[in-house]
Ligand binder design. Sequence first.
Ligand code: F0G
Length: 405
Amino acid sequence: MSEAYKVECIRCGARFSKEDIVYTCRKCDGLLDIKYDYSEIDVERVVEAKGEGVWKYRVLLPFDENTKPVTINEGNTPLYRCDRLAKSIGITNLWVKHEGLNPSGSFKDRGMTVGVTKAVELGVKGVACASTGNTSASLAIFAAKAGIPCYVILPKGKVALGKVAQAMMHGAKILSLRGNFDDALRIVRVLCEEEKLYLLNSVNPYRLEGQKTIAFEVVEKLEWEVPDRVILPVGNAGNISAIFKGFSELKTLGITDSIPKMTGIQAEGAKPVVNAFKEGKEEIIPEDKPETIASAIRIGNPVNAAKALFAIRDSGGIAESVTDGEITEAQLELARLEGIGVEPASAASIAGLKKLVEIGEIERDEGIVCITTGHLLKDPERVIEICETPKEVDADVDAVRKMMI
Ligand code: F0G
């Protein structure tokens, strides 16, 4: 529907056409955003939208009515009420939106359905990304569905097994880079410009349009009420920016009247956004050697930092870091108190919530939604490291009884 959108630089306001393949501003290198004429958008079509998942909200997506989406039924993930976990943390109102239940097992599918649909519209010869794992898994799947060649660059030895398996199975051409994620992103950005491949990291503003639908689904499931706070892990800082945009759009359209406090959690060993937030700075200082067991967010130079810092500050939120130990504890607690299995990066949201409640930054009666971004099975190696190994036993009733009970 939204044919009348613009691609605009968030820093200098320069505009680019929708046929232009551009990722950051050609004038000032600022990040780009998709802008709509909200006065033209029929609010009824948002509130009364039929269907499921990302494309249900196509009135707020940058395509016309006739576009045929590349879709595998992404989105429409459950919002679980988590009373047992809430009680153990000492709070009263907690929900978890489990993005690990997207088709590829992470929220990236929301961005990729939009990004790859755009790639098809542009008629590109191939799509590419750098990834800590989930982006590559998701892109491989959507590229397969669209029949477009897919190239991914992964930091060698730093990607969880389930994610590499997905990219391999769905036919991506995978390179294992002797370097970290930030090196991979730097290189793929150059190659996309020079080799005319379409870049589908979250610096691509179309990706974030898909991911903003997380906000729409949260509000709709809460019967058009806005939670007080949304907490999520921050890596390359795209998702927090996208979700903030989703909430902002609902407010601009007059559907809601507030925006949740956007609360971003990073790992202690990879926290450039947290540092910039705490020091009151506009720009991050990149970290050369990011390190954490939460491999999805092992990122030292997040490309969307400027958008994320704005989202956190403008919404009255906060950025905080958690240790690997706190992440592991939260991962186990979420799994064992609520039956929600997530990969370590996702558990950072719960670990951050616990820490912020303990230090008094979060009120105990706030309505809180944590976003768990990726599924447990993405990172089985970590499970083996932190859980008890199954014991071997002879095939005999008494032997089993003895060890079982
Ligand atoms: N959680 C998971 C499970 C992720 O895979 C990522 C990012 C994030 C959180 C952070 O989201 O980058 O939008 O701040 N993974 C990217 C990837 C970097 O390559 O899969 P972000």
